[in-house]
Design a protein around this ligand. Structure first.
Ligand code: ZN
Ligand code: FE
Length: 264
């Protein structure tokens, strides 16, 4: 059974360690900073076997060099982005097979935040009851990444690919932005009771210093405005913000993304 360990880095980044609980081999996802990763690995006598990178931003790649200096290993990442030390460039449809973990990850191309952004999906199996997906800065708990290199339509399509996975898929995003995201979600959808309850839960988790990530895809579909662009209440709210009729869910998505940008 695969387990995922949370490492916090910088202000609000998460770096993920994937492994089997009784085995030392570990895969590192998006090591923006090597220091906390080295500390976690040495403290537990783990053996890094691969690095997975979702996109080229410094807070996801900054630790690669120092990790490789200690532990030479393959580095997987998007072929379409310029990232030093990538040894296994990936395109959509590729699979990453990690022999040491006997684990297979499907590579999804999810542009929007950056042009080549990829996500790594590990489906559920007999041993792993929940699927898991490492989404970098694409889908956040309660929100989504900013559009630095892609169009709203691209990001909406990327999120739709993720939304099509099973509801019990665990979403591992790379930042603890959930509380702020849900503040906006409440503005967009004030009458959503599931959202109100989630906001309370998240508030309690944060007061106790707990991570709100991973989240479940089903909960995102019920509360995350960026996955709800076909819902009447979100359409109405987006039309209210823009002051005009919106004809497609891409337009609704673009409006909600722009609306949140104006408040950040
Ligand atoms: Zn980023
Ligand atoms: Fe980031």
């Amino acid at each position: 059974m695969l387990t995922v360990q949370t490492i916090t880095a910088f202000e609000d980044n998460y770096i993920w360690l994937i492994r089997h609980p009784d085995q030392p081999q570990v895969v590192i996802v998006d090591p923006g900073d090597a220091t906390p990763v080295i500390a976690a690995i040495t403290a537990q006598s783990l053996k890094p076997v691969a690095i997975l990178i979702t996109h080229h931003h410094w807070d996801h790649v900054g630790g690669i060099e120092d990790l490789l200096a200690r532990w030479p290993m393959p580095v997987y990442g998007p072929a379409r982005e310029t990232i030093p030390h990538i040894s296994q460039p990936l395109a959509k449809g590729d699979h990453v097979h990690i022999e040491a973990l006997a684990a297979d990850f499907q590579v999804l191309h999810v542009p929007g935040h950056t042009a080549g952004h990829v996500a790594y999906y590990h489906p559920a199996s007999d041993v792993d009851k929940h699927g898991m997906i490492f989404v970098g800065d694409t889908l956040f708990a309660g929100g989504c990444g900013r559009l630095f290199e892609g169009t709203p339509a691209q990001m909406h399509h990327s999120l739709s690919q993720i939304a099509a996975l099973p509801d019990d898929t665990r979403i591992y995003c790379a930042h603890e932005y959930t509380a702020d995201n849900l503040t906006f979600a409440r503005i967009a959808e004030p009458d959503n009771l599931t959202l109100q309850a989630r906001q309370q839960t998240v508030q309690q988790q944060r007061e106790q210093g707990q991570a709100t990530v991973p989240s479940l895809l089903g909960d995102e579909k019920a509360t995350n405005p960026f996955l709800r662009c076909e819902q009447a209440e979100i359409i109405r709210a987006a039309e209210g913000f823009s002051g005009r009729k919106l004809h497609t869910s891409d337009e609704v998505f673009a409006t909600v993304r722009y609306w949140k940008d104006t408040l950040d």
